[in-house]
Write a new protein. Structure first.
Length: 426
């Protein structure tokens, strides 16, 4: 009998996974957000990771391969559960495992003997077996590695990227026993065309995931620190990086804002565990400090440029192009552009935001700034323009179009390196 799979959590990770597995298995997508489930049942994915045509095709027919529910009881006949809920941090930058714990409790309430639970959420080493398994045992009354089993296969979804998708990104796999590890690996091999990499233990797989984004965070922090130095010298940092990148082993990264729910969050999971063990991860924490300060630095540069131009800061009008945490992605959670806006507001600036991929209603609901519908046609002029996110639409702007948004001497601040001739570039 073929396994029936329940995917727990239907965000930008869980939904593509559910659609992919529905090509081979019966799949139930479960999410506690009833409005999200209702939208998916209509073929609408607000994250824009899966198209309506693909969604509706998977749900078509009298016996659809894919269905969605906000009731965990509907998954009681599933034999494999894949948990893809978010793992955020709290206000003190400590891991918030509550979504993972609640998901484990929900799965445990319907768990049966022989079932397999696979976690994809990013955690520090040990969480799956030391935290999640305990919740599964308590909720189900079953015994780990006797009545049920676990695996860990960290997500590697790149939101907004239509080239690097779930199927063509190599997948790390692991299991709670050697036999289960092979079962998990074979399961993912069915759908991941890029192949799999089977690790020796769940903890190795957890550690591998958490250092992926930690390494990138540290490397970007170096570029950001170089930008702080070179800006003091009047040198274009991006030009320096392009020159250095002519060496074969130079890692080509650029300075910028580090937001979202991966690079800006995952390192704190590792530093939390390190400090719990008595080790102070100075390099990682210093990198976080540098990257978290870049939004304030950008805002201060804008203010300085306006002062140098003789503008009165209080009441000045600034347009921010882009609000999501990364290019061509509608997700605004943990966006560092919000920090730029907050800094400008503290100076008394009247800030207007436009994002080509985020709905006007969603931006309006955030509050704290005005929302532009279409800067190209609105006819409004601003004292300064900040290009904060490199959406494709903004990449298509000409120098004249950027300058046309300004009144008086154009003040164009370019965070993403897409303005031909900016007043200042990070």
């Amino acid at each position: 009998m073929s396994d029936k799979i329940c995917v727990v959590g239907l965000g930008y990770v869980g939904l593509p996974l559910a659609v992919a597995f529905a090509e081979h298995h019966q799949v139930l997508g479960f999410d506690v957000n009833a409005s999200r489930v209702a939208a998916l049942n209509q073929g609408v994915d607000d994250t824009k990771e899966v198209g309506s045509k693909e969604l509706l095709a998977a749900m078509a027919g009298a016996n659809p391969k894919l269905c969605f529910s906000s009731q965990v009881a509907d998954s009681a006949d599933c034999t494999i559960y894949i948990v893809t809920v978010p793992t955020p941090i709290d206000s003190a930058n400590r891991p918030d495992l509550s979504p993972l714990i609640m998901a484990s409790q929900a799965v445990g309430s319907v768990l049966n003997k022989g079932d397999l639970v696979i976690y994809e959420s990013t955690v520090y080493p040990g969480v799956t077996e030391d935290v999640c398994v305990l919740e599964l045992e308590k909720a189900s009354g079953l015994v780990f590695n006797q009545d049920f089993f676990c695996g860990y296969s960290p997500e590697r979804i790149n939101p907004g990227d239509k080239n690097k998708t779930f199927k063509n990104i190599l997948k790390i796999t692991s299991g709670s026993t050697p036999e289960i590890a092979i079962r998990v690996d074979e399961l993912y091999k069915k759908v991941v065309t890029a192949g799999t990499y089977l690790t020796s233990s769940i903890r190795v797989a957890e550690a591998a995931k958490v250092i992926e984004n930690t390494q990138r965070d540290v490397n970007i922090a170096l570029m950001n620190e170089l930008a702080l130095i070179f800006n003091q010298m009047g040198i274009d940092t991006r030009e320096v990086i392009e020159a250095a990148a002519t060496k074969w082993n130079f890692i080509k990264l650029f300075p910028g804002l580090v937001g979202g729910h991966c690079i800006g969050v995952d390192p704190y999971y590792l530093t939390f565990k390190a400090e719990e063990l008595g080790y102070s991860p100075n390099l990682i924490l210093s990198s976080r400090h540098i990257n978290n300060g870049m939004a304030k630095y950008v805002a201060e540069r804008v203010i300085k440029l306006m002062i140098d131009d003789g503008l009165v800061i209080k009441g000045a009008k600034v347009l921010v192009l882009g609000y999501s945490f990364k290019e061509d992605c509608p997700d605004i959670r943990n966006t560092k552009v919000a920090d730029i806006v907050a800094e400008l507001n503290d100076y008394g600036v009247n800030t207007t935001v436009h994002d080509s991929g985020v709905g006007v209603a969603q931006l309006t609901a955030v509050g704290g700034f005005d929302v532009a519908h279409n800067p190209r046609t609105d006819g409004k002029k601003y004292d300064a323009v900040i290009v904060a996110v490199g959406h494709k639409e903004y990449c298509s702007y000409s120098q004249a179009e950027f300058e046309n948004l300004c009144q008086g001497t154009p003040i164009l601040v370019d965070v993403k390196g897409i303005v031909p001739k900016p007043s200042w570039r990070l």
